[in-house]
Design a protein around this ligand. Structure first.
Ligand code: PHE
Length: 341
């Protein structure tokens, strides 16, 4: 072979049939490797006749250049094809719509608290909170509920010590906030949990929410109270709702005491089971702050007057959404919570 010309076309033809990287490596070893025919021809150059050596060397170099170039080109083409295939495989369709994120909402009780808070905030009320563990002094005594009053009965109060209890209503915050500001004017709204030691049924829970409202000012009147409470009721239940006030002797800390009703939304006032055929639904207790309560916090009842109300948040939410069991609010059942609000 020493004087025979090396022909690269065999290698170039073989390269055309190489399909993968392993075959390509085999090809490289066979045609460009140390033991390849080409390299052996280089090794034998010394035996070529001196006058032909230069020419043979050039031919071999040219053959090697061709093979190497073809090899690089083939390798390039193969890796480009591999990349294209990978991109094709991993292709992302940017036009696909995104996965919707489920959007939650506030608990129905929280929603009612927020709505009523907004309505009273718009009338200049401040939203405040008080402690759930309370002194009997604030919960009862200063509200004109003496030691022998039936409201203190241990059957409906959770006593912690003989002087401390879980508050049975938000009214003690009336006393606390009056003591805090010192002198009128004051307008506060107090949402919060209250506790009663009672058996649970469709309309009673031992733990529930109330909102207390209190306004004390220079001669604020019962008609101020009726106007603001009616405004609140229409904001919550709809502008077409009617309100009605009736006497209520049940709260020693107000005089006169009253309760407010709205016309029944189920029968439009005609009378049905929901409203016990009266056409009206009682939604809160209210009244003019008793002069003794004002005196108890060093406010002169001849100079200032006040009014207060307390409502049960669950009851409002039940009437608003047509819910017939108070226990659903604490039941943590998403099927219920998703339906309401
Ligand atoms: N605290 C009373 C209750 O628990 C409600 C109420 C508040 C009544 C303020 C009158 C004035 O039912």
């Amino acid at each position: 072979m020493t004087d025979q010309l090396y022909d690269p076309s065999l290698g170039l033809q073989a390269l055309a049939h190489v399909e993968d990287l392993a075959a390509l490596e085999d090809w490289r070893v066979a045609y460009l490797g140390r033991k390849s025919e080409l390299m052996q021809a280089f090794g034998a150059l010394g035996q070529v006749a001196a006058d032909k050596r230069r020419e043979t060397g050039q031919l071999l170099n040219e053959a090697k250049r061709q093979l190497e170039q073809a090899y690089e080109a083939r390798k390039d083409a193969m890796s480009r094809a591999a990349l294209t295939a990978q991109l094709e495989r991993e292709r992302v369709d940017v036009t696909l719509p995104g996965r919707p994120l489920p959007r939650g909402h506030a608990h129905p009780i929280t929603q009612v608290i927020q709505q009523i808070s907004d309505l009273f905030r718009s009338m200049g009320f401040q939203i405040i909170e008080g402690p759930e563990v309370e002194w009997e002094h604030y919960n009862f005594t200063m509200l004109g509920i003496p030691a022998d009053h039936p409201a203190r009965d241990e059957t409906d109060t959770f006593w912690l010590t003989d002087k401390m209890l879980l508050r049975t209503h938000t009214s003690p915050v009336q006393v606390r906030s009056l003591l805090h500001v010192g002198q009128p004017p004051i307008r506060v709204l107090v949402p919060g949990r209250v506790y009663r030691n009672e058996a649970t049924d469709a309309s009673h829970e031992a733990v529930f929410f109330q909102m207390e409202g209190l306004m004390v000012d220079d001669r604020t009147t019962m008609s101020d109270m009726m106007g603001m409470l009616s405004y609140m009721a229409r904001g919550v239940f709809g502008q077409e709702r009617k309100t009605r006030f009736g006497c209520d002797q049940g709260f020693p800390f107000v005089e006169p005491g009253a309760q407010m009703s709205i016309d029944c939304g189920v029968c439009q006032g005609a009378g049905c089971r929901v409203c016990s055929y009266s056409g009206w639904l009682e939604i809160l207790g209210c009244g003019m702050v008793h002069p003794d309560v004002l005196r108890g916090v060093n406010i002169d009842p001849d100079r200032y007057t006040g009014w207060a109300f307390g409502l049960g948040v669950e009851r409002i939410a039940m009437l608003k959404h047509g819910i017939d069991d108070i226990r659903l609010f604490q039941g943590n059942d998403l099927r219920f919570l998703r339906q309401v609000g």
